[in-house]
Design a binder for this molecule. Structure first.
Ligand SMILES: NC(=O)c1ccc[n+]([C@@H]2O[C@H](COP(=O)([O-])OP(=O)(O)OC[C@H]3O[C@@H](n4cnc5c(N)ncnc54)[C@H](O)[C@@H]3O)[C@@H](O)[C@H]2O)c1
Length: 245
């Protein structure tokens, strides 16, 4: 395929690896990366960077209207915690945490996918594919209360959308990464804390890489997955299996 892919949160971390994989695998000929923060991100061939808050429909509409063609691939990848250094209550591990923080998390990790898909989806031709970046936190209970609830919602919505868009020939899938020490985790844990957590939670013993997540996304968005829709692929080193008893 040589069409356009839109990748949200495509400036860094897993999103940047998804951009690279879609181009390297020729799943897309060029990519529009929509990201809240594009400062300092190097220019790359066939990639256009767009500063955009994907929770804001007007901003998303303005960027999409500026693109030359309809997207055939959409990756709703932006997510994580809202990094606001002015917030003193921004600790995600409190089961009785503030309402505003819970709403923010649902807005970023679930509602944004609806916002972007609502803008991009109606124009996607048959043969197109959508992939949502969920998390293993959406498939099992964790101490990331709002985030996990939002990702679980994202997974359920992925399946509903797959059913709804199948008659139009548009597929909708999700990936569920496990543990990767990107900015997302840097905001929550030191490298040492993270390594201890991985040692205890990942049967395969190591964290994943952004490229490993991107590989799965690229497959799901490619014609090789033409009969795959409504699925969630966990790339988690076996974390969802639990520990041997
Ligand atoms: N890193 C992990 O261990 C892990 C595990 C499971 C799921 N995930 C998911 O993978 C996705 C990518 O996370 P990552 O680890 O690469 O984190 P990251 O923080 O490195 O990258 C997230 C990107 O999204 C962008 N972004 C954040 N809010 C945005 C907004 N409102 N509008 C537009 N862009 C916005 C950020 O600027 C950043 O470039 C997220 O959905 C995250 O929840 C990550």
């Amino acid at each position: 395929m040589s069409g356009l892919a839109i990748v949200t949160g495509g400036a860094r971390g897993i999103g940047a690896a998804i951009v690279d994989a879609l181009l390297a695998d020729s799943v897309a000929g060029h990519v529009a990366a929509l990201d809240l923060d594009v400062t300092g991100v190097a220019d790359r061939a066939n990639v256009s960077l767009h500063a955009c808050d994907v929770t804001d429909e007007e901003q998303v509409r303005a960027v999409v209207a500026s693109l030359d063609e309809q997207a055939t691939v959409l990756v709703n990848n932006a997510g994580g915690g809202r990094a606001d250094p002015t917030r003193t209550d921004a600790v995600p591990f409190d089961p009785f945490g503030p309402v505003g923080l819970f709403r923010d998390s649902v807005d970023l990790n679930l509602n944004s996918a609806h916002v972007v898909t609502r803008v991009v989806g109606p124009g996607m031709p048959a043969g197109s594919a959508i992939c949502n970046t969920a998390s293993i936190a959406g498939l099992m209970p964790t101490a990331l209360f709002a985030y996990g609830a939002a990702k679980a919602g994202l997974i359920h919505w992925t399946k509903s959308m797959a059913l709804a868009l199948a008659p139009r020939g548009v597929r909708v899938n999700a990936v569920a990464p496990g543990f990767i020490y990107t900015k997302l985790w840097e905001q929550m844990a030191t490298r040492e804390m993270f390594d201890v957590m991985v040692g205890g939670a990942v049967p395969m013993g190591t964290e994943q890489t952004p490229a490993q997540i991107a590989d799965a996304v690229s497959f799901l968005c490619s014609p090789r997955a033409a009969q795959v829709t409504g699925q969630v692929i966990a790339i988690d080193g076996g974390s969802l299996l639990g520990r041997p008893r």
